[in-house]
Design a protein around this ligand. Structure first.
Ligand code: HEC
Ligand code: HEC
Ligand code: HEC
Ligand code: HEC
Length: 390
């Protein structure tokens, strides 16, 4: 398979650069401006904040937009503050300024290239340093070094957690999707070492991940009203995109998110403005969708997203009902411990599947079939719990 050579190449690159190489300096993005002025200009556009109908880079307040989140995430940091993601150039300041508690230094693993340097210098103990201790060493937000190290243009996968995840999974991918998958994935922080860990031991499906978390007895927190041991999903764009229609045609993240642009001199280069492709439909999509106009293609995408949102709201209703019943029974204790435990297990699974769709940043576009299937499963699991308690 064509993907094999890509993975081998990436591993060779990792071995060559990732281990014991001494602490290499991180060259800041601004120092590449003279050599790569066009790329650098598009990189600076990550500061722009533009909203689309369902997506975009305005940090809207999710807790205000979806008040049910306060119930779902009760007792956890995401019920305190939850804003929509924005551009890569904001990653560092956004993690430092969030109102949510930070577990450890490893929160920087996907926010700054300086974290790679910290790991080179301090070894595995870097991950469990306190967030505050590490903060003073973090200077750059996501930058050239994260994807190229100090060789702009050459993809350089450098996150240890990603290699371990791929190894546990035993599958192969293109460098042009692995480079984004280093950060745009579901993960948890190992409770002891605080090392970022991808729960891919049983595959990329929600069923496989739940099985893994159950096997190791892991939960992110206990819901204070229902007593359920819950899991918080992060941003599983990479997992969701696999097995999608477009992935089946051989597309990777960069085909849509880093479309080609032309410089005034007529050179083509890839845009480094990572944002909604609905702002670049001509360059990102129309080459293949030549039977559509940009407007008709955007409304096709929005129809898909609107349908997902509707199904998500239905699923949220079922989940809210289960949580209310479960909270009541946890208080009253009129059902047996076994029934309570089974109902909590339905809650754990239903909320994981619901969250997997909710936090995936394309609002169901990347893999529409999967999004709808997961929402159906979430509703059904919640209903099973409701039936059990009634
Ligand atoms: C076939 C084109 C295509 C591919 C391939 C693709 N995406 Fe997307 N992506 C989109 C579209 C369209 C949206 C929805 C944007 C919107 O709603 O404004 C989106 C949304 C996103 C968003 C949220 C951006 C925003 O501004 O709302 C992120 C993050 C993202 N994609 C990451 C990825 C990653 C990582 C990959 C690879 C694993 C990937 N995408 C592959 C088309 C694509
Ligand atoms: C989030 C990952 C990422 C970051 C950050 C990033 N790049 Fe890239 N860059 C890529 C990818 C992916 C390609 C396409 C490479 C390929 O397909 O082989 C690329 C291509 C390039 C190329 C080759 C010419 C082109 O545009 O196709 C240059 C030069 C380049 N990047 C420079 C930079 C510079 C300078 C920075 C910092 C200002 C930077 N990159 C930051 C991912 C990144
Ligand atoms: C080093 C980690 C890292 C890598 C590598 C990375 N991202 Fe991101 N990405 C982030 C973080 C963190 C955010 C959210 C930043 C914030 O909200 O402050 C983000 C946000 C985004 C957004 C939302 C911005 C917007 O304007 O809507 C898009 C789109 C995106 N990334 C696409 C990509 C693509 C495509 C790749 C691969 C070429 C990639 N990212 C590689 C960490 C990463
Ligand atoms: C490499 C070619 C290619 C590119 C690039 C591409 N697509 Fe597609 N897309 C296809 C093909 C082929 C299909 C399946 C046939 C069809 O339904 O038109 C498809 C299907 C779709 C569908 C309907 C499928 C569904 O999920 O139900 C939408 C919507 C779509 N594409 C939007 C986009 C958008 C938006 C972009 C750019 C951000 C894009 N595509 C980029 C080839 C492409």
């Amino acid at each position: 398979m064509k993907k094999r050579s890509a993975l081998l190449l990436a591993i060779v690159m990792f071995l060559a650069t990732g281990c014991g190489n001494g602490a290499e300096e991180v060259i800041p993005a601004s120092e590449w401006e003279d050599e790569h002025p066009q790329v650098y200009e598009t990189y600076l556009r990550n500061n722009e904040m533009v909203q689309t109908t369902f997506g975009g880079s305005v940090p809207i307040d999710y807790l205000e937009k979806y008040p049910e989140l306060k119930t779902f995430y009760e007792g956890y940091g995401f019920s305190i503050e939850y804003l929509r993601a924005r551009g890569h150039t904001y990653a560092l300041e956004d993690v430092i300024h969030t109102e949510r508690p930070k577990a450890a230094a490893s929160c920087f693993a996907c926010k700054s290239p300086d974290y790679l340097k910290l790991v080179q210098e301090e070894g595995i103990t870097a991950h469990s340093m306190t967030f505050e201790e590490a903060t003073e060493k973090m200077v750059n937000s996501i930058s050239c070094y994260d994807c190229h190290e100090n060789t702009p243009g050459v993809i350089n996968i450098n996150r240890g957690h990603f290699f371990t995840g791929v190894e546990n999974l035993g599958e192969e991918f293109e460098p042009q999707e692995m480079v984004c998958g280093q950060c745009h994935v579901e993960y948890y922080q190992d409770p002891e070492t605080k090392v970022v860990t991808l729960p891919w031991h049983n595959g990329l499906s929600t069923g496989g991940m739940l099985q893994y978390f159950d096997d190791i007895g892991y939960s992110d927190w206990e819901h204070p009203s229902t007593g359920t041991q819950l899991l918080k999903v992060q941003h599983p764009e990479f997992e969701t995109f696999q097995d999608s229609l477009h992935s089946g045609f051989g597309l990777t993240c960069i085909d849509c998110h880093m479309p080609s642009e032309e410089s005034p001199e007529g050179d083509t280069f890839r845009s480094h403005h990572w944002t909604s492709p609905l702002k670049t439909v001509e360059a990102s999509c129309i080459g293949c969708h030549s039977d559509q106009t940009p407007e008709s293609l955007i409304s096709w995408v929005e129809d898909i997203q609107g349908n997902v949102e509707e199904r998500m709201n239905e699923s949220s209703e079922a989940l809210l009902e289960l949580i209310a019943l479960l909270a009541e029974e946890t208080n009253n204790q009129t059902v047996s411990d076994q029934v309570l435990q089974d109902a909590r297990n339905y809650h754990r699974q239903a909320q994981f599947k619901w969250d997997f769709v909710f936090v995936e940043n394309s609002e169901g576009y990347h893999n529409n079939r999967l999004a709808l299937q997961l929402l159906d499963e979430a509703s059904e699991l919640a209903q099973n719990g409701i039936d059990l308690l009634r």
